[in-house]
Design a binder for this molecule. Sequence first.
Ligand SMILES: [Zn+2]
Length: 324
Amino acid sequence: MKLMVAACGAAGAVACAAIVGLLVLVPVVMSGGAASGQSPDAVADIPADLLPLYLRAAETCGMPWEVLAAVGKVETDHGRSTLPGVHSGTNSAGAAGPMQFLAATWTTYGRDGDGDGTRDLYSPADAIVGAAAYLCANGAGEPERVRGALWHYNHDASYVDAVLEVAASYAAVVGTGRAYRHPLPSLSSGAPPAPHHDYPALDLPAPVGTTAVAVTSGTVLRAATSSGACGGTVVLLGDDGHRYTYCHASGVFVVAGEQVVAGQPLLLTGGRPGTPGAGRSTGPHLHLAIYVAGVAVCPQQLVQQWAQGIPADPAVAPRDGCTT
Ligand SMILES: [Zn+2]
């Protein structure tokens, strides 16, 4: 907590944690834990109207949404703080609003997130999008640069650690009773899927036109009939906080922003070279990548367990050992 006071006076700091003592909340958030199978209710800590704002704003550059949300937590307890500078005026360090912007930084990175024609740094809808813009400008879209981006936000290593600790708790939510489905129900067998050829991901051979479903409930972040190497793309932000990227779709059933349930059809597989949506694919298959806190994990064992009705959460999946 003392460190947060120091952070408020840090020269060059973009923002500053307004709530001295806020970090005492972290151990509560951290209780439970992913491996235990109990929900620490971390996502329940985020106000329901702010969660979609964090999710969408993080998409600015594909940064982990939980890191952005954790900034909101550490700065002002998601705007719940009643300290000076959160809802009006500035604090002693000149920071203002739920994301604690300095006026000069807001001039550059302030955004009209809700499209009401004004850039209001006290409005979460604007401030969260602005914070994402600032973090993205400093590299938060690349996993290895997240720390550095946070340091730009507030030049204090303890601040960075505190944000990442909260982010981990948000990402590791294990919903009790959460449902998971094999992505290709018609083809799910007990056979262990093959390792992936480069990074942790999964290539499931499938005839063109096979229905692929949402592996869990969530929100469609992105749906495109063709996008780069991925081709026909669906990105799903699971209600578990993890991100699921499906590639090489020959047809897409959903649109960005749509809420889906586990097992709901998302797309038809493709991947035959030269066909619409194939992207950079060498043959018919579904490519599925799963990201926990922005890091790709191994889907192989997960999809086997899901096919068997075991609701294994990706938070407990290994991060290596599944590439060739
Ligand atoms: Zn692949």
